[in-house]
Structures are given as structure tokens and as C-alpha cells.
Design a protein around this ligand. Sequence first.
Ligand SMILES: [Zn+2]
Length: 64
Amino acid sequence: MPEPCPFCAGTRVEVVEVDVGAWMVECLECHATGPVGKSTAGAEERWNNRQLFPSTGREVERYG
Ligand SMILES: [Zn+2]
């Protein structure tokens, strides 16, 4: 299971498929999203590990 959101501490987080074979964890409360993984387990692992985005250095990206 994904850990609570690092921004709002919300526990309503969900793994969503963003593309074919591409998954990421999204917080349903503040809509923060985690890194994309190649599987649900991969996306959860990256969310839980708070892996940084190489391009931005930010922990997670938000929708506009
Ligand atoms: Zn959140």
C-alpha cells in the first residue's frame, strides 16, 4: 500500500494508470503525484521512497 501523502498527510492515495504500462500514485486530496513506475508496485515503491524527479529536483509534481 502507498504511504500517506507527504504534502497533506492524506491517506486517500491511489495508484492510477497514466499510460499503457505506466503507473503513478496520486493523492486524491491534494492531487500530488509521485514518480511514474512500470507497474503498480513500482509506482508505490517510488512514492514510498520519495524518489526525486531528475529534471526538477522536486519530490512530486502537482497538476496545474
Ligand atoms: Zn496530498
